[in-house]
Ligand binder design. Structure first.
Ligand code: AMP
Length: 215
């Protein structure tokens, strides 16, 4: 199974990607996570993309497409893309990749959210760099402030989760990524879920959608 997860920043893509990948045995491919890992290593790719990521701007298409193609080449089974594609050019590059590799997207699942809800959600988001667990000061605070419940690691706020940068990321999303919904809708494998519900309710809804496609 090959799934593309769409949704604005803060719609809960990362959280729901983990739920779906665990349940359906898919490899989670998050371009944001891949970039943050490269930035933490200060690799040549990390240095190249660091400014874009910190400022909430999109990394150039050719850089992202090359990274995703190399990553998917190494994935043995099904996958779920989280944070890619983000532009029409990326969606077309993905289609081209799939044609030459003999695959197709089974489902494009979009998490719908209102802008104000996103700003509040992201401003309260803290995550654990050690194990990837995500907390939210409003909806899911850690038991001890600043400490991961799961592994005891020190929680950090993403550099691009400040309000000004979140608003810029949302503008970029509106301009460049939202049009992808129409692109995929016309292909007939597009479904939308309300991302504004509790994470548990969203998880139930996305699981039901994927169950339906899987059956
Ligand atoms: P995310 O974790 O998905 O919110 O991504 C964090 C940042 O990584 C984005 O704000 C962009 O700077 C960069 N990024 C991630 N995925 C892409 C993509 N598909 N195209 C361009 N830039 C991306």
């Amino acid at each position: 199974m090959r799934i593309v997860l769409l949704g604005c920043p803060g719609a809960g893509k990362g959280t729901q990607a983990k739920v779906l990948c665990a349940r359906f045995g898919l490899t989670h491919v998050s371009t944001g996570d891949l970039f943050r890992t490269e930035m933490a290593k200060a690799s040549p790719l990390g240095k190249r993309v660091g400014d874009y990521v910190k400022k909430g701007m999109l990394v150039p298409d050719d850089v992202v497409v090359e990274l995703v193609a190399a990553t998917l080449d190494a994935v043995p089974g099904g996958w779920l893309l989280d944070g890619f594609p983000r532009t029409l050019a990326q969606a077309q590059a993905l289609d081209k990749y799939l044609v030459s590799n003999g695959g197709k997207i089974d489902l494009v699942l979009s998490l719908a959210m209102r802008e104000e809800a996103v700003v509040a959600r992201l401003a309260g988001r803290w995550s654990c760099p050690a194990c990837g667990e995500v907390f939210n000061l409003q909806s899911r605070p850690p038991q001890q402030a600043g400490v991961c419940d799961k592994c005891g690691g020190k929680l950090l706020q993403r550099e691009d989760d400040t309000e000004a940068t979140v608003r810029r990321r949302l503008m970029v999303y509106e301009d460049l990524t939202r049009p992808l919904a129409a692109y995929y809708r016309s292909e007939g494998n597009f479904q939308e879920v309300d991302g504004g519900q509790s994470p548990e309710d969203v998880a139930r809804a996305v699981t039901a959608v994927v169950d339906g496609v899987h059956a």
